[in-house]
Design a binder for this molecule. Structure first.
Ligand SMILES: Cc1ncc(COP(=O)(O)O)c(C=O)c1O
Length: 400
């Protein structure tokens, strides 16, 4: 198997830990170990205190799988396989697809969602989101037209990275109906689930609504705990899950023991953690909307419907790649250009989940021109500190 370099991950590997300001991170603000332990119930704190650093169960700790299963309506702990999220994509694609098979993948996409299939000798058709006056749109007819007799898998990702797009419930039902009619597997990358900007927009999990649906999720994004490297696959297809587990013996065999227990603690405290992170995203969204409204001569803002990223357009001079490079070189601000996710046009991704977003946006000001806030009535130079402090909020990590 030959697999192309992962452009976005190589970019982050090069810059993430040296750039002064991250404006494109897709995860939510993380917690320190003491902050997470502070959220532990006495029972889960005891698990942490008695943690053994042996190998763990290959399918995942039973208590962890029980907590994961509680996120769904119709799967049991036996229907869950624990793995790092990125690893879970790899396992699933290798378990499901043979060389010559065909997959249809919602694009732009997190690269592994299509690159692993290409590396495995499969054909992949892009299912491109289109940009309309109302925002991002997915045409379910396009899926219908992309199918071939060799199609075995459809891959979607809602809330979507990088656009923040979410289909309506009706459009989502149509996608599931098409997959069912054709007997296709449907992988739903739900890494950003629970970060819908309007809770009414939350979609059902793919594993709950479709017997050949596989939900991929984890603690990296909505929970802000990517360092745990903890994710999972949830599906009612037992033989598929068992095939994934067999392949996992060639990747990590099992999850790290400390991560499993910390994952149990986090999932048991999910309401507090998710509430905290939704509030950070909401505050950042308000800051971003105002920033892009004030600079509508250089940018086009496209309202995301969920998740912790947005994908506006650079309309100023030069290409978006030049803009991002200048931001990095001259202001130390790391911004992901759309080219890293194979997106045409001058889009770039901004993160909305970190507390560092407002000050990072502020750093962009001198490159894009003087910044004023206050709607049409421009009252004078924008007072960064006052506004950004309000936007960040008193917040602090969630406490019981
Ligand atoms: C849509 C999507 N799926 C999967 C992943 C993989 O998650 P992780 O980096 O925690 O392995 C990411 C990470 O950015 C992502 O954005």
């Amino acid at each position: 198997m030959r697999i192309e370099p992962f452009k976005l991950e190589r970019f982050f590997a090069r810059h993430e830990f040296t750039a002064k300001h991250l404006l494109s991170a897709s995860d939510c603000e993380t917690l320190s170990l003491p902050e997470l332990l502070d959220l532990a119930t006495p029972e889960s704190f005891a698990l942490w205190n008695h943690l053994s650093l042996s190998y763990t169960e290959s399918q995942g700790h039973p208590l962890l799988r029980a907590e994961v299963a509680r996120l769904y309506q119709s799967v049991s702990p036996d229907d869950i396989l624990i793995a790092a999220p990125e690893e879970a994509i790899f396992l699933l694609i290798l378990a499901l697809l043979e060389p010559g098979d065909h997959a249809v993948v919602l694009t732009p996409a997190y690269q592994s969602l299509y690159q692993v299939a290409l590396g495995a000798g499969c054909a992949v058709t892009r299912l491109d989101l289109s940009l309309e006056t109302q925002g991002w749109r997915l045409d379910p007819d396009l899926l219908q037209r992309s199918l071939t007799p060799r199609t075995r898998l459809v891959v979607v990702n809602f809330p979507h990275n990088p656009t923040g797009f979410m289909p309506s419930h009706q459009e989502f039902d149509t996608l599931v109906r098409i997959a069912r009619q054709r007997g296709l597997y449907l992988l739903g990358d739900e890494m950003y689930r629970f970060l819908e900007h309007d809770p009414a927009h939350r979609l059902p999990a793919v594993c709950d609504v479709y017997e050949k649906g596989i939900s991929l999720s984890g603690l990296s994004k909505s929970f802000g705990l990517p360092g745990l490297r903890l994710g999972w696959l949830a599906t009612r297809d037992a033989s598929l899950l068992s095939r994934c587990q067999e392949i996992k013996d060639y990747t990590t065999i099992c999850l790290s023991a400390p991560s499993e227990i910390l994952g149990i603690i986090a999932l048991r405290a999910r309401d507090a953690i998710l509430e905290r992170n939704r509030s950070i995203v909401a505050d950042n969204l308000a800051v971003a909307q105002r920033f892009f409204a004030e600079h509508s001569d250089r940018f086009t803002w496209i309202q995301p419907r969920g998740g912790s990223v947005a994908f506006p357009v650079w309309t100023g001079n030069g290409s978006v790649d030049d803009f991002c490079q200048r931001m990095l070189d001259e202001r130390g601000v790391l911004i992901v250009p759309g080219s890293l996710v194979d997106s045409p046009g001058n889009h770039f991704r901004i993160g909305l989940g970190r507390r560092s977003v407002p000050p990072a946006l502020e750093k962009c000001v001198s490159l894009v021109g003087p910044l004023y806030f206050g709607g049409s009535e421009k009252k004078g130079p924008y007072q960064a500190d006052a506004f950004f402090t309000r936007a960040i909020g008193a917040g602090g990590p969630a406490r019981r």
